[in-house]
Structure formats: structure tokens, C-alpha cells
Design a protein around this ligand. Structure first.
Ligand code: ZN
Ligand code: FE
Length: 246
């Protein structure tokens, strides 16, 4: 089977205050997979308008602003709800339970599940190696990282080290538009870092005209994300604690 890679795209649907829902669409088969549907209606509108079949719902973690649309979408489309096996009990409607490092085949793509405890204990990310796309929920944000609701600093630090092993050109689809605040915090911590300064200027311009700052890349985060720049867990911990009160 010949796969035309250009036929697969990611659609970003902004919802609620600052959430992003991602739809991965195979334009050839007209099938789609949604990642972290906070709410159902905009997803249904999109798939109806574009005459798509929603086959699966991928959840990164159990928070409402990521699973809130699960049941309504399943009801309307019959899509299968996918979630981490360790968190099956708290992900609405979870049916297809996946494990750390499991590979699943959807839309003609191989999707790798990676456990990244920290924001929550049962947080996973979904990585598509052949596209170099990472759907990372609330683990990594542009210039930031997720708040530690459940995990330890060491766990989140290790999760970020794992994500840093992905290729620099990997596109990171983060679930929230937190970039400007994150950038201002980064500037406070690294006031003499010119790359951070430059990036924050660009972010300000983009946000002034309502432009989405997602996706980012592993390469960009390695250069300008304080939590990627942290050289050890102690430094990471200090930064995370400072960000909590920023
Ligand atoms: Zn969350
Ligand atoms: Fe969230």
C-alpha cells in the first residue's frame, strides 16, 4: 500500500478559554481521530462539515478539559475511546486500554503511547514517528510544562527528559495556549538569553493578532523552554516552584 503522507493533516480546534482539541484527518479515507476533546460540539461540527468518520478518541489524561466531550462524541459517532490502562477508571468511557510503549495503528499511521507521569500519574502522550508529531496533553507547553497535580518533581523531570529524546524537528501539539505567560516567566529567569527574548517578542506579536502559537518543536523548546534547559532535577524543581507563584 502506498501512503501519501500529504493526505494526513492535523486540524486545531480552539475551545473553552485556552484549550486546543486536535483532529488528525486522513483525507483519503475521510477518517479522523480526535485528541483530548474537551467538548463535543465543535468536533461534531467539523466532522459533519467535512464529511469525516470519527473512528477514535485519544485521551492524554483524565482532566475534564481533556475528556469532557468523550461520551457525547462516542454517542454521536460510535468512535472508540482510547486511554491509558492505569487510568481507565477515571477516563470517561475508556474502552481501548493502552499500555506504556504500546503501538497502535490508526488512520494508516503507527502511534506510540508513552507514559509521562507528572501533571497526573496516569498521563500519556501519543507520538507518531513517521510524521514526527507529538500530542502531549498537559505535559509540555510552549516555553513551559504542566502543573504538578499528582506526580513528583523527579517524575516530571524524567518525563521531560524522555520527551527530549525525540527528534528536534518533532512538532509538539500542546493542549493549551499558555505560551505568552510561559514566555514572560522564561524571560524573568533567563533575562540575558537572546533566543528567549526573540521568541517572546514573536509570541507577543502573534498573540496580539490572535494567532495560535502551537505547534512548537522539540528543537525550539530545547533552546528556550526553562524546563528543558534545567540541567538537573534540583534546577527543574526550583523553576517549577517559581512558576507556581508567577
Ligand atoms: Zn490537565
Ligand atoms: Fe488541561
Amino acid at each position: 500500500m502506498i501512503k501519501n503522507e500529504e493526505n494526513i493533516l492535523v486540524e486545531i480546534i480552539p475551545v473553552l478559554k485556552d484549550n486546543y482539541i486536535f483532529l488528525v484527518v486522513n483525507q483519503e479515507t475521510r477518517e479522523a481521530v480526535v485528541v483530548d476533546p474537551a467538548v463535543a460540539p465543535p468536533v461534531l461540527d467539523y466532522i459533519n462539515e467535512h464529511q469525516l468518520t470519527l473512528t477514535h478518541i485519544l485521551n492524554t489524561h483524565h482532566h475534564r478539559d481533556h475528556v469532557g466531550g468523550n461520551l457525547a462524541l462516542k454517542e454521536a459517532t460510535g468512535a472508540v475511546i482510547v486511554g491509558y490502562i492505569n487510568d481507565a477508571h477515571r477516563i470517561d468511557g475508556a474502552q481501548m486500554l493502552v499500555e506504556d510503549e504500546q503501538q497502535i495503528e490508526l488512520l494508516g499511521l503507527t502511534i506510540k503511547v508513552m507514559a509521562v507521569p507528572g501533571h497526573t500519574l496516569g498521563h500519556v502522550v501519543y507520538y507518531i514517528p513517521e510524521k514526527r508529531w507529538l500530542f502531549c496533553g498537559d505535559t509540555v507547553f510552549a516555553m513551559g510544562c504542566g502543573y504538578l497535580f499528582e506526580g513528583t518533581y523527579q517524575q516530571m523531570y524524567s518525563s521531560i527528559q524522555l520527551i527530549k529524546t525525540l527528534p528536534d524537528e518533532t512538532l509538539i501539539f500542546c493542549a493549551h495556549e499558555y505560551t505568552l505567560t510561559n514566555g514572560l516567566f522564561a524571560l524573568q529567569e533567563y533575562s540575558d538569553n537572546l533566543q528567549i527574548k526573540k521568541r517572546v517578542d514573536k509570541i507577543k506579536k502573534d498573540r496580539n493578532v490572535g494567532k495560535i502559537t502551537i505547534p512548537t518543536t522539540i528543537g525550539a523548546e530545547k533552546l528556550t523552554n526553562p524546563f528543558f534547559l534545567a540541567r538537573n532535577c534540583e534546577e527543574f524543581t526550583r523553576l517549577r516552584q517559581a512558576k507556581d507563584v508567577f
